[in-house]
Design a protein around this ligand. Structure first.
Ligand SMILES: [Fe+2]
Length: 230
């Protein structure tokens, strides 16, 4: 293992040359090992009022419904032993149904949807569960390599009880043919770990005649943990 790698095969390495931007942002110096407990710094807890009613429903903030396939996304955040991570902030961001982010840096030639901002947040409940109502994001092209397109995905941020504990990852959809050519997804060394980033379709989680249901559980540590850092 060198300094550019991370322990184990679950999280992607800092440097994965096929994912071009990792060449620029991966550490060039040897990593500094912090003493045990360095991340247990008590920080300000996320105030309850940070999440407002309706923040977990990305489809209700415009004048009318956003375009696209409406979906319900549920999951549970647990630790290595299956214990729930309670009252923890889960945030998501995503492209609209056409594959365009509501962000000035996105100049992809696809329409913005005035009824969709693509940002949601919620706290997990006492069982570690979260629930979002959103639309299925579209794929979008990027400049990593010729004809590169990202598979459909939703970005996740998880915040523990201190800002330094923030974890980020990406969730993908079952059967997406772009996964096979996506260097972000492929940067995770272990195939089984990669698959843990793919949600499962779960019809009963949906709303009949309205929304399709998906499940995405997140495990924060251990051999079955969800890859983080992408
Ligand atoms: Fe993205």
């Amino acid at each position: 293992m060198n300094d550019m790698a991370r322990p184990g095969a679950i999280d992607p390495p800092y440097l994965y040359p096929d994912y071009l931007s990792t060449r620029l942002r991966s550490p060039k110096e040897a990593l500094v090992e912090l003493p045990a407990g360095a991340f247990d710094v008590p920080g300000p807890l996320v105030p309850k009022g940070f999440v407002r009613k309706g923040d977990n429903d990305l489809t209700i903030h415009g004048k009318r419904a956003p375009l696209g396939e409406k979906m319900i996304l549920v999951g549970r955040v647990t630790d290595e032993g299956g214990r729930p991570v309670r009252n923890s902030l889960v945030e998501i961001w995503q492209a609209n149904a056409s594959g365009r982010y509501h962000h000035p840096g996105d100049n992809h030639d696809a329409p913005l949807d005035p009824n969709f901002k693509g940002i949601g947040r919620t706290f997990t409940d006492g069982e570690g569960r979260y629930r979002f109502i959103t639309i299925k994001p579209g794929s979008y092209p990027w400049r990593n390599h010729p004809f590169a397109w990202r598979p459909q995905h939703i970005h996740f941020s998880l915040l523990g009880n201190a800002p330094v504990q923030r974890l980020v990852t990406q969730m993908y959809f079952p059967g997406d043919p772009l996964l096979a050519i996506d260097p972000v997804y492929q940067s995770i060394p272990d195939a089984k770990a990669r698959e843990r980033l793919i949600c499962t379709q779960h019809l009963q989680t949906g709303i009949e005649m309205i929304a399709l249901g998906y499940r995405f559980d997140i495990v924060l540590a251990g051999a079955a943990s969800t890859p983080m850092g992408l």
